[in-house]
Design a protein around this ligand. Structure first.
Ligand SMILES: *Cc1c(COP(=O)(O)O)cnc(C)c1O
Ligand code: SF4
Length: 340
């Protein structure tokens, strides 16, 4: 992951807020009234994939609770250092799907553009935590080549702006990408995959809303929340704005042990999302990235949780439970693969 560096003078309010994000374990623990011992934190894990968490997200955690579901997503702990068979650095075959640097295609009609390596938060379970962003980030030259490849391939209808997090880019950089895609006739939709609206709702500023509203193609926005506690009044306000400029506003989550592996937690998340104008899209089975094994929910438990959600909620509040399999033609519903 790359750091976001800007001259302080140039900072917008959200960039200033991001600059205040916790990057030191001691500061985070102090803020929550916790000790390193109580949490089993690991400096080694933090050295491999740095701690990064915006203060506003920490404010939604329960003070003094080392098991808080939001804290567990961001806290580097001893368990990350376990080396386990089957958990590697490229769990979903990203590198095999590279068309040009920064442009990944796995599925028919849609391709994914790595717009930046930066994120506002570092999620310990991230499947791209070891992605070699330096070779795939949208430097002007790399981006131009990726856009040329998109323009030359009329089998592509949708481009997904991903990363890292595309909203870690400023509005100017984002506008350049969106306007370039606007000029390609066969691109029918632009999709944003972003966790910023959840972890740093200040990012949804007027400039961003104007840019998305004025885009020449419908914008589908897919946010990433894993627990109902992530969605507070500030997030709801930002989502209101996003919904007004998006053709669809969806959420994807990752099923995480100790975070959201109960039907109560999953159902509460769906309900909270709907109240904020967001429909659940995917519930991802964990990608087997090194350092994240302690988050794994066994497949048979995942399928049972999903069935319990379906028994409790209207169909439109039940996300699709999927796994990403390297080489598959789509994300695969877990029910289809059987369980292990
Ligand atoms: C997950 C993913 C997509 C999106 O898949 P949808 O089923 O369309 O949401 C597209 N491209 C890549 C490379 C992906 O990993
Ligand atoms: S925001 Fe997304 S890409 Fe960034 S660390 Fe979290 S899961 Fe990974």
């Amino acid at each position: 992951m790359q750091a976001i560096t800007r001259h302080p003078k140039d900072r917008t309010p959200w960039q200033a807020e991001l600059g205040q994000a916790y990057a030191r374990l001691d500061d985070l623990l102090d803020a929550l009234g916790l000790t390193a011992e109580a949490c089993g934190v690991s400096a080694e894990a933090a050295a491999g994939f740095p701690l990064r968490v915006p203060r506003g997200f920490v404010a939604r955690m329960r003070h003094g609770d080392s098991r808080d579901p939001l804290l567990r997503q961001v806290l580097p702990i001893e368990a990350e250092n376990a080396v386990l068979p089957g958990f590697g650095s490229d769990p979903v075959g990203d590198l095999a799907s590279v068309r040009t640097p920064g442009l990944l295609q796995k599925y028919s009609g849609r391709a994914l553009l790595i717009t930046t390596g930066a994120c506002a938060v570092h999620c310990r379970y991230c499947f791209r935590r070891a992605f070699p962003y330096s070779g795939h980030s949208a430097t002007p030259g790399v981006l131009a080549a990726a856009l040329d490849a998109i323009a030359a391939d009329d089998s592509l209808q949708e481009i997904i702006l991903s990363g890292g997090d595309p909203l870690a880019l400023g509005n100017g950089r984002l506008a350049e990408i969106i306007h370039a895609l606007d000029r390609i006739p066969h691109i029918l939709r632009i999709r944003l995959h972003t966790r910023l609206p959840v972890v740093l709702p200040e990012r949804i500023d007027d400039g961003l809303l104007a840019l998305l509203r004025d885009a020449g193609k419908p914008v589908v926005t897919v946010i990433h929340a894993n627990h109902a506690n992530e969605i507070d009044a500030g997030v709801v306000a930002g989502l209101d704005g996003l919904r007004s400029v998006s053709a669809a506003l969806l959420n994807q989550s990752v099923l995480l042990r100790g975070v959201n592996d109960s039907v109560d937690a999953l159902a509460a998340l769906s309900q909270r999302l709907f109240s904020a104008g967001v429909l659940p899209y995917y519930l991802h089975q964990l990608d087997r990235v090194a350092g994240a094994a302690h988050f794994l929910v066994p497949d048979h438990v995942a399928v049972a949780l999903h069935a319990a959600m379906a028994a409790r909620l209207p169909g439109y509040l039940v996300p699709r439970l999927v796994r990403e399999t390297a080489g598959a033609a789509a994300k695969t519903p877990l029910e289809y693969i059987g369980t292990t």
